[in-house]
Design a protein around this ligand. Structure first.
Ligand code: TYD
Length: 209
């Protein structure tokens, strides 16, 4: 069924992920590749509601509820958006996917990492693993500096951005471990480099696809 390529972007807040994603989509389009850019959570009509519940700060879900809401968003997104686009031969570039759930919910929220939870994460994917994952690696300290200057410019932080430093450290460590356990799939990119160099590194990875 799957014909296109499925590429996910991961990284902590402040890693430059949004900028890099936009640039890579533009670059792929220049190569005449049919691209669909999407994100999690929230890129379906149902997901938009789930995103609001998760991130607005109006509610504080318990860790188990938070995990289940992210998985609900993902299941809907995979069936409604990602699979149809791949079947049509498109390259799907997705801002965050299951690795974010592993990092933010299992590690950040310290949910016990059991086989049941791992199975649930795989089940929510509905059989769809990324062909490639780009992890923009930036230390928590460097990320905090960037976030502070953004907030000074008036950019709003979401409920998870506002978590304490220990939370973000656990998230960063989890991304590191994910990469170590999936070296074929996950490419670590040094996000301290300038925008053009990061972009060049990502392009080099995608050229190999
Ligand atoms: P968003 O505003 O989309 O921006 P960014 O990806 O640039 O941080 O924020 C989405 C938030 O949701 C982000 O703080 C990470 C979090 N998240 C999880 O905690 N678990 C998940 O499974 C996903 C997909 C995202």
């Amino acid at each position: 069924m799957k014909k296109g390529k499925f590429i996910t972007f991961e990284g902590g807040d402040g890693s430059g992920k949004t900028t890099q994603l936009q640039r890579i989509v533009a670059w792929l389009k220049e190569q005449d590749i049919d691209v669909l850019q999407t994100f999690e959570p929230g890129d379906t009509p149902l997901g938009k509601e789930i995103r609001r519940l998760l991130l607005s700060g109006e509610h504080t879900p318990v860790p188990a509820a938070e995990l289940l809401l992210f998985l609900a968003d993902r299941a809907q997104h995979v069936e409604e958006v990602i699979k149809p686009a791949l079947a049509a031969g498109k390259w799907v570039i997705c801002d965050r996917y299951t690795d974010s759930t592993l990092a933010y919910q299992l590690a950040g929220r310290q949910l016990k990492d059991t086989k049941t939870l791992r199975d649930m994460l795989v089940w929510a994917e509905q059989g769809l693993t990324p062909d490639k994952t780009i992890w923009l690696d930036l230390s928590v300290e460097d990320a905090a500096k960037r976030m502070a200057s953004r907030e000074a410019e008036g950019e709003a932080a979401n409920r998870l951005d506002n978590e304490k430093i220990v939370f973000h450290k656990a998230v960063h460590q989890a991304f590191f471990e994910i990469q170590q356990s999936a070296l074929q799939r996950v490419e670590r990119i040094d996000a301290r480099q300038n925008i053009a160099q990061v972009q060049a590194d990502i392009q080099a990875v995608l050229k190999r696809l």
